[in-house]
Design a protein. Structure first.
Length: 171
């Protein structure tokens, strides 16, 4: 079994090559530009600061008011190891997420993936947005992410609205 020193040595060897830093900086800069683009084009959405992660994921929240008022959010997530963008529908905390996962189990989610509550799970529903994104065509990638994330957010608003109406009828 490797020690922490072994891992740090390997990490330092890779950093000396300089490619990891360039890739990480480029990915982070793209996410900053994507966030600014979405802020300018969609002022009715609440947008959080960027969470840089630990080279596992980097994300920011991009949330319509209808969801934010309920303690819910949409996150635009870049998964580093998978080299993929996803959109995650989540809650302010894991308890709220688990409640919504339970409530949504019986509903039609239009083909979206319902998460399983558990340690380390940060979503209620997830969708893949861009697999193997082409960072050499920024304009096309930004438009793809914008279209898919907006569609996902609107679908989640409708699903939550439908859920709320069903819950009201039970009262």
């Amino acid at each position: 079994m490797k020690s922490l020193n072994d891992y740090v040595r390997e990490y330092n060897n890779e950093l000396r090559k300089g490619e990891i830093q360039k890739a990480y900086r480029g990915i982070f800069q793209f996410i900053q530009e994507l966030k600014l683009y979405l802020e300018k084009r969609h002022p009715m959405y609440t947008i959080s600061s960027i969470y840089p992660g630990y080279m596992d994921m980097t994300y920011f929240a991009f949330t319509p008011r209808d969801l934010k008022d309920k303690g819910l959010k949409i996150a635009v997530v870049y998964l580093h190891i998978e080299n993929r963008f996803e959109a995650w529908f989540g809650g302010a905390n894991r308890k709220l997420q688990a409640e919504y996962i339970n409530k949504l189990t019986a509903l039609d989610l239009n083909g979206y993936h319902l998460s399983e509550p558990g340690p380390g799970v940060d979503s209620i529903v997830e969708v893949k947005v861009a697999e193997s994104p082409n960072f050499d065509n920024i304009h096309e990638l930004v438009e793809l992410i914008e279209d898919k994330v907006l569609s996902f957010a609107q679908d989640m608003v409708l699903i939550i609205k439908d859920l709320s109406e069903k819950e009201m009828k039970k009262l």
